[in-house]
Design a protein around this ligand. Structure first.
Ligand code: ADP
Length: 190
C-alpha cells in the first residue's frame, strides 16, 4: 500500500495535484475539506458544527476530522493506498493518523509538501473565490487560514522531517510540470 500525504498551505494546489496523483497511482483521494463541505451541503449536524469553524477560517476540531478518517481507513477497499489531502493539519491529527494506519497494518509512505510563496497563495485564493464562489475564499478568511497554517499546521513539517518522510516540491509554475516532479518522487517509492 502506498499512503501519501499531500501537504501545503491553503491555495498551494493540494486538491489539484492530489486528484492527479490519486488517479495515476490508484489511491483513494481523501480530502477532509471536500468531505466537510459535503456535510455542510447536506445540512447534517456535523456539517452545521463544521461550518461554524470553516466560515471563520478556523480548523474544525480534531475529534471530528479524525473520526471521519478512521471510518474511511477501515471501510475503503479496492485501492492501492490513500492520498490524504488537507489532513493531517495539526500534530495531534498526524499522531492519530499514524496510529489508525498502524492498527490496519499500514503507514505513511511519503509526505509531498507543495511550496508556494505567500503572495501567490493569496492571489490564487482570491481568484478561486471569484471563479468557484467558495465561501471561505474571501480576504478576511484567507488571512486567518494562513495564520492557522503557520501556527497549527506547519509544526507537522518538523514531525515528518523527523520521520524522514518529507519531500518538498516547488509548487509554482505549470501544473503539469509540478506533477512531473511529484511523479519522480512517487516512482522512487514503487
Ligand atoms: P484549503 O487547504 O484551501 O484551505 P480545504 O478544503 O483543505 O482547503 O479546507 C477548508 C477548510 O476546512 C479549512 O480552512 C478548515 O476549516 C476545514 N478543514 C479541512 N481539513 C481539516 C482538518 N484536517 N482539520 C481541521 N479542519 C479542516
Amino acid at each position: 500500500m502506498l499512503n501519501i500525504v499531500i501537504f501545503g498551505a491553503p491555495g498551494s494546489g493540494k486538491g489539484t495535484q492530489g486528484g492527479m496523483i490519486a488517479k495515476r497511482y490508484n489511491l483513494q483521494h481523501v480530502s477532509t475539506g471536500e468531505l466537510l463541505r459535503k456535510e455542510i451541503k447536506n445540512a447534517t449536524e456535523l456539517g452545521k458544527t463544521a461550518n461554524e469553524y470553516i466560515s471563520k477560517g478556523q480548523l474544525v476540531p480534531d475529534t471530528i476530522v479524525i473520526g471521519m478518517i478512521e471510518e474511511l481507513i477501515k471501510t475503503t477497499t479496492g485501492v492501492d493506498g490513500f492520498l490524504f489531502d488537507g489532513f493531517p493539519r495539526t500534530v495531534t491529527q498526524g499522531v492519530e493518523l499514524d496510529k489508525k494506519l498502524e492498527e490496519n497494518n499500514m503507514s505513511i509512505s511519503k509526505v509531498l509538501c507543495l511550496d508556494v510563496e505567500e503572495n501567490e497563495l493569496i492571489e490564487r485564493l482570491l481568484n478561486r473565490g471569484k471563479l468557484e464562489g467558495r465561501a471561505d475564499d474571501n480576504r478576511e478568511t484567507i488571512e486567518s487560514r494562513l495564520d492557522v497554517y503557520h501556527n497549527q499546521t506547519q509544526p507537522l513539517i518538523d514531525f515528518y522531517n523527523k520521520q524522514g518522510k518529507m519531500s518538498v516540491i516547488e509548487g509554482s509554475g505549470d501544473i503539469n510540470a509540478i506533477f512531473q516532479s511529484i511523479v519522480e518522487v512517487m516512482d522512487n517509492l514503487l
